[in-house]
Design a protein around this ligand. Structure first.
Ligand SMILES: C[S@@+](CC[C@H](N)C(=O)[O-])C[C@H]1O[C@@H](n2cnc3c(N)ncnc32)[C@H](O)[C@@H]1O
Length: 229
């Protein structure tokens, strides 16, 4: 694993216990709703096998379980501490929680009807490899659906940027008790690709029908794309 990825892994291991609470505060309680939307896109084809990458505490994986009760679901992450929270949460027993690095997935080609992830891409050292891996493990016709943060770009962008720089590290200090981890969140979001550039990377990986839906003043995006059938 590259140094950048090890450092990201250590960051998420450190914040796992307070992660859900911080997420609810930072998104004004919208995160779970967006995750349901991601799950709805992924399960729209009535598939039977799903992979939720960078599953964290498993919010998207649980939403898939609600929407597709009979399906097989793997929640994968490279943070053991996040997986530990997911494994011990009530109601999560029917999901298979596995350790996996998104750069090198331990799954067969064409294995899943849907792949989902939340807040993965801004954290990885090799975005193209991560997208290629998702393409590889999807069945032809399968869907990828993802929630990703995004640098603000509309007319209010300077104010939103300023707000993020002040509010998130402050919450990270007071509630998350790890200011550097939440400073990293702000820096990695503001430094991440604009939607136009990210669309191109999905297409370069082979995905088609790439669509994006902005949330929360453009600071969050729901992405969907399809592996050609
Ligand atoms: C911000 S959390 C998101 C968790 C969950 N998807 C959600 O929306 O609440 C990002 C997660 O991505 C995981 N992650 C980051 N890079 C990864 C990689 N290369 N492989 C697997 N997981 C990774 C982290 O361990 C962390 O659990």
């Amino acid at each position: 694993m590259r140094n950048e990825d090890s450092s990201v892994q250590a960051t998420f291991n450190g914040i796992a216990r307070r992660y859900d609470l911080m997420n609810r505060l930072m998104t004004l309680n919208s995160h779970a709703r967006w995750c349901k939307e991601v799950a709805t896109f992924a399960t729209s084809g009535h598939g039977a096998s799903y992979l939720d990458l960078a599953t964290g505490t498993g919010v998207i994986a649980r939403a898939i379980r609600e929407q597709s009760p009979e399906s097989t679901i793997i929640g994968a992450d490279f943070s053991e501490s996040m997986l530990e929270v997911a494994r011990t949460m009530e109601g999560n027993e029917s999901i298979d929680w596995q350790f996996a690095d998104a750069h090198e997935l331990p799954f067969e080609d064409n294995a899943f009807d849907g792949v989902t992830h939340g807040y993965l891409l801004r954290n990885v050292s090799d975005l193209d490899q991560v997208l290629n891996e998702q393409f590889r493990v999807l069945k032809p016709g399968g869907v990828v659906a993802a929630l990703e943060s995004s640098p603000p770009s509309d007319i209010l962008a300077p104010f939103i940027r300023l707000g993020m720089k002040v509010v998130i590290p402050t919450l990270g200090t007071l509630i998350g008790r790890d200011r550097p981890a939440y400073q990293y969140l702000v820096d990695s979001t503001l430094g991440f690709l604009a939607p136009k550039a990210l669309r191109l990377r999905f297409e370069q990986a082979g995905f088609r029908d790439v669509q994006v839906k902005p949330k929360f003043m453009g600071t969050n995006m729901i992405w969907t794309a399809r592996k050609p059938g």
